[in-house]
Design a protein around this ligand. Sequence first.
Ligand code: GLC
Length: 483
Amino acid sequence: MAMARQFSQEQLRVRPSSKEEAVVRSAQEHFERTLVRVRGELVGSVAALEHPRKSDAANYGEVFLRDNVPVMLYLLLQGRYEIVRNFLNTCLDLQSSTYQTRGIFPTSFVEENGSVLADYGQRSIGRITSVDASLWWPVLCWLYVQKSRDVEFGTSQRVQRGVQLLLDLVLHPTFEGTPVLFVPDCAFMIDRPMDVWGAPLEVEVLLYGCLRSCCQLMELAQKNALSRLLEQRLVLTREWLHELRRFLLKHYWVTSKTMQVLRRRPTEQYGDHQHENEFNVQPQVIPPWLQDWLENRGGYLIGNMRTGRPDFRFYSLGNSLACLFGILTAPQQRALFRLVLHNRQHLMAQMPMRICHPPMAMDEWADKTGSDPKNWPWSYHNGGHWPSLLWYLAGAVLIHEQRYPRADVLLMGQMRAMLEECYWSQLNQLPRQQWAEYFDGPTGTWVGQQARTYQTWTIVGFLLLHHLLRVEPQDVSLLNIGD
Ligand code: GLC
């Protein structure tokens, strides 16, 4: 125990750099430039400050909801509540009211010639369906209410109506009859074809965070004025949450031990009394790399569960969020940390952290992505490295330490040491590489072929990491959405 503590303190002392302050200061300056106004008020950040080919500015000049998650959290830490409220309000104004999409929040928006233009997927490349933005909104709203204590906003009719509209989208009968949200390919941060249709981890984990936050907001309103309808909605939402967590832990969580059972399960099971292999997964689909990946004591949530075709790829964001939202139990979270340490050369390499592992190789890439050149093996979503993802893992580690201060001090010391080194990699490289959006190749050394520079969530992700590791680790409690 003592050794672990000494180790992490040692890490904190190594490599002092006079550069550090200058890098943080310039990141802060870039960040200020990303903030934009809508109808004269600051509402959030554009996705990137610079695009390689400005003529094809595409949509990187827009305010993306998902890219603004770290932005809003950073603003909350700084006490700049008004901008966060403006952001939440603007999104509410844009919550769709047309019949076929009622209740969904836009992926992005922009002010053009005095009017606000929103994209719900109908303007995007490939006309994809966007789901994560809608699920993030209640989470951000609840974190804002919790931190700013703006109960008036949280209980306002506007917010409560937005929550109900969103819940209508989720809590209704479906053909599957499961607690997961069934989505097409490209429905979240991975917004190009990557064979992530069905019940991708990130969407389901966000659904959990969304429902939990909706419950918190409804409970707040319920305290103000009792309503029978709201009470019914609360009961249903809580039940759904419970079922969803059970479903994810049962079907997505794998360890070396569970794999040994899964490999020897019977197949072709019919009827409701046989439930060892509900999704009829053939042992042949279990990839050989999984053995070393899991080693003895590692565990993680797999990427997707579908009839006969689970996706065993590792997705960094979904797994980090599953810790933050408390879906994984404490021992499961530590198994995940062990897995990250064990596979550090893949997940972190030169630029932490890889979005999804392993990448699809050529044949599969051609087939599953429609030969998408952006998602070439080892690039972009297909095994690329995204600096913006690291702070989510750091948040998961710090919140774990806060919740369970005495658990496995040696492991947590190793995690801290790893985060410290990753922080230094970013500190040294990101300014030189102009805060690029993503990095390519098996070690993540090369700036992504089509990466934008001065990408907002790269900049603000680094600032959050700096805040959590250097300024105030206790502030990680901001991310607590409650039990
Ligand atoms: C790309 C990313 C997406 C991000 C957007 C704006 O489309 O795949 O996740 O939100 O860029 O940065």
